[in-house]
Structure formats: C-alpha cells, structure tokens
Write a new protein. Sequence first.
Length: 180
Amino acid sequence: MSTENEISRRAMLVKLGVFLNGVVGVVLAVPIVRFLLSPVTREGNARDESWLSLGGIEQFPAGQTRLATYRNPAVNSWDGQTGDVACWVRNVDGQHFQVFAINCAHLGCPVRWFAQSNLFMCPCHGGAYYQDGSRASGPPERGLFEYPFKLENGKLLIKAGEMPTPGRAANTKGGKATCA
C-alpha cells in the first residue's frame, strides 16, 4: 500500500549522504580557501610591519657576535616558550650590525657560533658560514638569512613580522640596513 508521495528508504539515504558529503566539503573548504587567500589578506597585517627590540646597542659589543631572542609577534597567548625566537647579532664596528636567523639555509637546523674559528656551524649536515653570514662550506647553497634592522634611540630593532626565506633577501655583501 504505497502512495505516490512516499520516498523509498534507498532514495532517502542517498539524499542524506549527498547532504552530509556537502557539509563535510564545505567544512574542509574553509581552511583551504583561507590558506590560499592568506597572502592577499595578510598584506595589511600590522604583525608583518613589526619592528621588535633586541635590546640596547651596548648589549652587543663591537666586533662580537651574540645570541639574542625576541617574541614572535604572530604568536598566541597559549604558545608559551615556542613563541620566543632566537637570532644571532653581529656588531661589525659599533654602528653596523648584521642580524641572522638562527636557522641553517639548507634544512633549517639551528646554527651555532664558534668565536674561536669565527664560523657559524650547522650540526645536521656540516654546513659552515663565515662571520658575515656568507656560505663557507657544506650543503647550503647560500648564506644565512638576515633580518632587516634599524637603530633607534640606542636600541637595535629588527623587522620580525615574518621569517626570512629564500624569497626575501639572503645574505648579500653590502647590506639592507637602515639607521634612523
């Protein structure tokens, strides 16, 4: 005794399956679309224009390289210590600085500074860099990544809104530093 308005169990389950698949597709599409649009929506983000202080110039004696840390401006409150980022600061002559990302340009392992040999060394694959950040030996094909910096009111500031990458300025002799 079926009427014309009744729907079969099979047809109902097919419609329910299509609906649920559509919901799952929309839920998965939101982060993918957000990722794809992030370069466009991130352009005006204040975090990318952040100049962060590494401390007073007196903390970095002339002719020496020191480890410094700053708080990544793109972290959340629950990130804890993972929001602290290390970098190497080289005071060339008291007024000219170089600020290097701590990561090797090969695979991103943290490099260490050895003052005895004036070299940055990577423990992962034996990469070595001269004190000016240029490649000395090993698998890296380029020098250490550098942060733009400026001097303001006796403080060393770096532009740390995004991590230095090959798309940005890798170490080139000369410098892209500005003094204000």
